[in-house]
Design a protein around this ligand. Structure first.
Ligand code: NAG
Ligand code: NAG
Ligand code: NAG
Ligand code: NAG
Ligand code: NAG
Ligand code: NAG
Ligand code: NAG
Ligand code: NAG
Ligand code: NAG
Length: 315
């Protein structure tokens, strides 16, 4: 009895020390959830393009005028012009959005050194840049998926039906959004489970481009997420996420109100078009490895201690 309690407390202490050690580490950039350094060419270090890229990204995450979570800017002239888009999840606060974009763009530039074009994201935001105009274009590649690998749903067919119905409904709803907001979130009750989902397009898309983008993205479900209780597909122009727990904040005050100032367009936008980029799968499996190893170790220690206790009682 005493030994099991002792071992268990030791284990708790160990976990606590580990958590403390983690908290005391110098602030380091969170790893990107997904990224692709698009192989469209390289810029040279300290070139005008390089300087423009840094300036542009800084101007995005220091911009406090936009509060709808969508940033589309360009900077520079002629061949040195850099175009960038950043998109936050609609339910996060403007401050968190800027912080996320800052971290994501820093990591992206570091992870894709000298690449003229790149795309990547963290949990709550996506950043991309290129030396070609990327506004008003529906792009479906490179794409990414992220899923929860820890368990599978039992009723795959029923779950799939609920998920498809919910995503379809939300996609239609998101497409109806205006030029500042194109997203929708909601839930649907299955026999046993509730599915929560959030879908989002970059708001520069037309309603039909947004719908096409989201429908095509959900077409990847059989490949990425069939029996997964949670999953996401991220296209450059749209993304969706579903979970069996409530992961979004739908209270109205967390969703930023529409901005009252409109930005002026410094660059003529190309006509709306669709472009099928190079498709690249990046499979990201989210498993809290460190956490589960420690947990398993603790459970083992605990069970062993109990077994010892039981056998000592028997003896
Ligand atoms: C982008 O940069 C690459 C590499 O420098 C170059 O080959 C390509 O023509 C550029 N594209 C545009 C639209 O300027
Ligand atoms: C660009 O640079 C990276 C390394 O920084 C290299 O792997 C890649 O092949 C280069 N691409 C081109 C088109 O030169
Ligand atoms: C780029 O500029 C920085 C500071 O201006 C300098 O330290 C660095 O050596 C330069 N790198 C190259 C490759 O020119
Ligand atoms: C950005 O990174 C800093 C550490 O560098 C961290 O404290 C902060 O929470 C991160 N923000 C987001 C939104 O990831
Ligand atoms: C979930 O199902 C897939 C196949 O559909 C299988 O490869 C995987 O091991 C299962 N995962 C769990 C945790 O049962
Ligand atoms: C999931 O539903 C979609 C649309 O209803 C269907 O095309 C697909 O075959 C279904 N997949 C499974 C595994 O039931
Ligand atoms: C950015 O997007 C907004 C709304 O989608 C649009 O009105 C604006 O012209 C765009 N800005 C640029 C620089 O293209
Ligand atoms: C959607 O995907 C299908 C194939 O999966 C493709 O034929 C179609 O062109 C895509 N739609 C758009 C608008 O690109
Ligand atoms: C927000 O979501 C909860 C469930 O997560 C739901 O009960 C509630 O009705 C939703 N509120 C709004 C305003 O949609």
């Amino acid at each position: 009895m005493a030994s099991s309690t002792f071992l268990f407390s030791l284990c708790l202490l160990f976990m606590k020390v580990l958590a403390l050690a983690k908290a005391q580490q110098p602030a380091e950039q969170p790893a990107m959830l997904y990224k692709d350094c698009v192989g469209k060419g390289n810029y040279t270090t300290n070139s005008t393009y390089h300087a423009n890229l840094n300036k542009l990204l800084t101007s995005i995450y220091t911009n406090t005028e936009i509060n709808n979570g969508f940033y589309n800017f360009s900077y520079g002239e002629d061949a040195d012009t850099v175009y960038s888009i950043a998109l936050c999840r609609p339910d996060i606060r403007p401050d968190d959005c800027r912080s996320c974009i800052r971290n994501a763009s820093d990591s992206l530039v570091r992870n894709c050194p000298n690449f003229v074009e790149a795309i990547g994201g963290l949990d709550n935001c996506m950043v991309r840049y290129a030396n070609r105009s990327i506004f008003d274009r529906m792009e479906q590649g490179p794409y990414f998926w992220v899923y929860d690998d820890r368990s599978n749903v039992s009723d795959v067919v029923g779950f799939n039906q609920s998920r498809m119905t919910l995503l379809g409904m939300l996609s239609d709803q998101a497409a109806e959004g205006d030029s500042r907001y194109k997203y929708a979130m909601g839930q649907r009750a299955d026999d046993r489970k509730i599915i929560y989902a959030l879908v989002q397009c970059t708001p520069d898309l037309s309603a039909s481009a947004c719908r096409d983008c989201l429908y095509n993205a959900s077409g990847l479900i059989p490949q990425c997420c069939n029996a997964r209780p949670g999953g996401r597909v991220i296209y450059p122009s749209c993304n969706f996420r579903y979970e069996i727990y409530s992961f979004y904040d739908n209270s109205t005050n967390s969703i930023p109100p529409p901005p009252d100032s409109t930005l002026t367009n410094s660059i003529p936008s190309p006509p709306a078009s669709t472009s099928q980029g190079k498709k690249r799968n990046v499979v990201v499996i989210i498993v809290p490895i460190a956490g589960s190893v420690i947990l398993i170790a603790c459970v083992c220690i605990f069970l062993r201690a109990r077994k010892q206790k039981d056998s000592s009682v028997l003896a």
